[in-house]
Write a protein that binds this ligand. Structure first.
Ligand code: SF4
Length: 374
């Protein structure tokens, strides 16, 4: 099976080329793509609207791999589920696991998906960063998280956020491919305005993303939103908690953000983890007010979510502050938000859903792998 090509990795246009090169009529690609990405069939034998001979032929050349579910953990406080999947492929080592989170609130079902196993950006507050980098996910492995969650829960996610394990822009080609597949009208046709891609910001990458979203051949991904993991408006402090940001000054990232907005007209979201006493001064508030007025945007303030790793300076003070309730109900956090509102910043307090199962922002680190089920 493993010398066969993974059909989930093909965009619609790529599949069409494959089919034509096999002397089949073009419309067969539409039939196959729809069955795989809309109906999420498990095998080619279920594609009954194509001739038996063609089914046999594609079965010899391709396969439809599935992420193997290892564990589903339910939050006791909210309708949040964390999924531990195992990737089964020819290079499968012992540790090819990823985590995906489904957050259900009112009529919204948001799936938070991963693009890498681990991450080498090294953000000090992030459990995934503490794992180091293990593997870039293929496009098929990224989209399979959506399909598997749908099969396991019966819920088709209404919103997708690329905020799980990994930095999406460090796996750019597979990110772009997965976006094209998920939004294609012949497949699951998820509206692009319901998808958000989050990045810590890399010079050149935000600009390229804006160009790709607005290119004529990529109309289906045109409205995808961008979230910047900001966490500080001070280059020095930001670098101390996000080492990778040392390469690019905030002024350069802001220029790219402006470019992104001018090109796409899509609103920006800034993600800002609240670190009491470290990024909440009056100067921080003033700078945030300025940054968020640069282009239409909103600011998501996120309480710090404890992780099971030792933290280095300047976040080492949080090693002894792991009382979740105190972190979430901190009066100073609400005062910070009030000060931002006073200067007319569009600011929200981001939900900490799933914090009790290590599924909240920054907490994904395979802590429930199959050898360590809790
Ligand atoms: S916050 Fe994102 S970029 Fe930073 S280490 Fe974690 S996964 Fe990587």
């Amino acid at each position: 099976m493993f010398n066969k090509k993974n059909i989930l990795n093909f965009t619609f246009e790529e599949l069409e080329k494959e089919i034509i090169s096999d002397n089949e009529p073009k419309y067969r690609a539409e039939q196959i793509f729809s069955k795989i990405h809309r109906d999420n069939v498990n095998s080619f034998s279920e594609i009954t609207n194509i001739p038996v001979l063609l089914r046999k032929k594609i079965n010899e050349l391709y396969h439809i791999p599935e992420l193997r579910i290892i564990k589903i953990t339910d939050s006791g406080h909210s309708i949040t589920k964390k999924f531990l999947f195992e990737i089964v492929d020819e290079n499968s080592k012992s540790d090819n696991f990823i985590e995906t989170v489904l957050i259900s609130e009112d009529d919204r079902n948001t799936i938070c998906i991963s693009t890498q196993i681990g991450c080498n950006a090294g953000c000090e507050f992030c459990a995934t960063g503490k794992m180091g980098f293990r593997k870039n996910l293929e496009a098929g492995e990224i989209i399979s998280q959506v399909y598997q969650v749908k099969k396991l829960t019966g819920i088709m996610p209404t919103n997708i956020v690329f905020m799980g394990m990994g930095e999406p822009f460090l796996n750019y080609d597979n990110l772009l491919k997965s976006l094209k597949i998920l939004t294609h009208y012949r497949g699951s046709g998820i509206p692009s305005k319901r998808i958000t891609v989050s990045t810590v910001g890399f010079k050149g990458k935000i600009r390229k993303f804006a160009d790709d979203l607005t290119s004529d051949e990529n109309k289906s991904i045109r409205r995808i939103k961008l979230a910047l993991s900001l966490h500080s408006t001070d280059n020095g402090f930001r670098e101390s908690i996000m080492p990778v940001s040392g390469k690019y000054k905030l002024s350069e990232i802001y220029k790219e953000i402006s470019y992104f907005y001018q090109k796409t007209k899509n609103k920006i979201t800034y993600e800002y983890i609240y670190f009491e006493g470290l990024n909440d001064t009056d100067d921080d508030v003033k700078r945030l007010g300025k940054v968020t007025r640069m282009v239409p945007s909103n600011l998501n303030v996120i309480p710090f979510h404890p992780i099971d790793f030792e933290l280095k300076r300047p976040l080492d003070i949080y090693n002894s502050k792991k009382d979740i309730n105190k972190l979430l109900s901190n009066k100073k956090l609400f005062d910070f938000i009030a000060r931002l509102k006073n200067i007319k910043t569009v600011v929200n307090l981001r939900s900490s859903s799933g914090i009790d199962i290590n599924a909240a922002c920054g907490q994904l680190a395979l802590k429930s792998n199959k050898n360590n089920l809790h």
